[in-house]
Design a binder for this molecule. Sequence first.
Ligand code: PLP
Length: 416
Amino acid sequence: MQFSKFGEKFNQYSGITQLMDDLNDGLRTPGAIMLGGGNPAAIPAMIDYFHQASQEMLTSGEWIQALANYDGPQGKDAFVKALAALLKETYGWEVSEKNISLTNGSQSGFFYLFNLLAGTQPDGSHKKILLPLAPEYIGYGDAGIDEDIFVSYHPEIEQLDNRMFKYHVDFEQLKIDDSIAAICASRPTNPTGNVLTDEEIIKLDKLARDNHIPLIIDNAYGVPFPNIIFEEVTPFWNENTILCMSLSKLGLPGVRCGIVIANEAITEALTNMNGIISLAPGSVGPALAHHMIEKGDLLRLSEEVIKPFYQQKSQRAVELLQEAITDPRFRIHKPEGAIFLWLWFDALPITTMELYQRLKARGVLIVPGEYFFIGQEDEWDHAHQCLRMNYVQDDEMMQKGIQIIAEEVQKAYQQG
Ligand code: PLP
């Protein structure tokens, strides 16, 4: 079969496709210990809430109305307006319905944004998205229609007590010139659980403005929802910021709803792209989220249910790991948010790609760290020494999985 250039690029078996395949297979394989993909936890209180809300919406007719009608290409008006009002009221941001567009999951929002800004320009030049700190979200990696649309930088590593560490943006290294189309960072970061500090965000905002390029902040885990963030940091948006949100980590990945908060030009561009690519984004997620806003439940549940659930889970996972792996070469990135722990095995004699295979053979799925070093030109040992595990499984599964990781890591240190 002859595929186009686009076809060849998007027909590759990328890291993100492997991850989603593992997730899908694992969900159907009895006994598999799923510490890999980013499926959010089935939090009982949230499942009960969605059950009840769906019933209320079925009774009121909102549910069938969402199923039976297309929305406009910008996304459900009622939700976009209610969200704009909520953000204005909560943070004082000058946001109206002209600043919000919806996509079928934020993953497709990133595909739109990266290709809107980076790649071949009308004058024939080539622009890239600058990721100020790699490791960064695996899902960005293959999103460019053109090749080579990312450039990224190693972080500074701050060693912390208790065998923990934290990454920081190394501003000395960042080079911005006409070849950069935008800066992009996830906050909290998938895979590391890092949260860029207020100071780092202010510096990145200034860099972006000084260079007349947007700052894209991926807020899939951030405030005000789903609020899986354990540090006190200031939410950030202005006319030069493109803030991407999602309903997925609220517990609704199946509705595929991404939200982009940006200036009017970007909002209009995304609306036009939606029209061409998908006619309109899906209606069911925005209808449910609108219902949650109307009831005053969206922020309340994020603060009272979702955040404490994940915070407690992350603390427990750290405890289990530190007990099971006593080797001083093992460190954990300080968990500041998101639903993952980032484990660093310094001087590991095998790559984490190899470790992933050995763990998979024993029924434990994690994600090898190599995938997250997107846009790096040089080889870096550290990139082969880290792995990502989620901590959303129940305690028994976590204990079993961590025990197997501990055994395989010990074996690798002893025998290579
Ligand atoms: N951004 C980050 C940082 C993520 O972790 C994810 C999913 O795991 C996404 C974006 C995409 O999420 P979705 O397409 O479900 O909105």
